[in-house]
Design a protein around this ligand. Sequence first.
Ligand code: PLP
Length: 406
Amino acid sequence: MNSSPRPPEDYIAVEYELGAHNYKPLDVVLTRGEGVWVWDVEGNRYLDCLAAYSAVNQGHCHPKILETMMHQAKRLTLTSRAFRNDQLAPFYEEVAELTGAHKILPMNSGAEAVESAVKAVRKWGYEVKGVPPGQAEIIVAANNFHGRTLGIVGFSTDPVARHNFGPFAPGFVVIPFGDSEALRQAITPNTVAFLVEPIQGEAGVIIPPDGYLREIRDICHEHGVTLILDEIQTGLGRTGKLFAEEYEDVEADVTLVGKALSGGFYPVSAVLSNQEILGVLRPGEHGSTFGGNPLACAVARTALKVLVEEGMIDNAREMGDRFQALLEGIGGDAIVDVRGRGLMIAIELHAEAGGARRYTEALKDRGILCKETHTNTIRFAPPLVITADQVDWAASEIAAVVGGIS
Ligand SMILES: *Cc1c(COP(=O)(O)O)cnc(C)c1O
């Protein structure tokens, strides 16, 4: 099937010439993956410590998800929602059973799930809460990352994500992350929702103060404001629980999932809500050609099944604790902070260390792929199937690089 591989420089040059330059990837050209490992076109093996931003929590090319995908692809791939298919109902049942959701809206990308939630919650605001027409406000946190659509970058605070893409939609209010008092102050009678990540991933694995999730949960209850937790990155086992909200025993009104919902095989996302919020949508008011298609539903069902049955969530907690403890032990002048929850871990480097990029380049040369976020933070988020030996090896390589250069 494959034509003989070309030298890596070739692929890189063509990408540069023909592709939009909206990414600056590490110069590694991958061709194969299995579990925590990926291989480049020259046959070098790497431990994947990014896991496609947590979309491959189940590990690359998980055999059971693959089997489902091939089986379903031969049967029926797409019907559109103009007709019904026999995978959607079981997908709903299994998601509801696992997550406690009462209503589910299947979409494709994470950004679409966010946009869908914003639409639904505004409609809920007008039709149930009684907000005057056109006045709905949604509160969001500074340094958020919720995706790349126009609606979403409009309430980003990252100048790079926004610059020259305006004009943007009104109706969003930004408050500092991790400050529940700021939420209380920002709420008005027109506030319909607070949209927030339980841990800010793209901002550099920023963990809010203890008690924050419980406080915002209470404040939202008190004021009739919908709490929307974006668990597209933190959810589905990444932090060592099914959802990060479980660390503070809270339940969002709306939870957004994506990424690992398909184990990396296919874009599948969903809005999970109580009865009320998604209950406002009527036929024709929202949709997606591919959302809820039988291939996506079948893949997602198996992706969730293996996550639970193969103990990946508990493994994420155990391996995450082990990994974090080893990284904390590195010491040296370069490191300011090691933080994380489960297998969502970051090392923050001193500004004088010369930027995270050269460390990620050096780690690549030692067989570990990871990504800097912003200038001085390296994130480690391997597939949740990582073993203790692999964690120990990765930590020792990271120690050699991060403890070594400075
Ligand atoms: C990745 C991500 C998104 C966007 O998902 P896409 O599939 O890239 O659109 C939204 N929210 C969070 C927290 C994410 O990490």
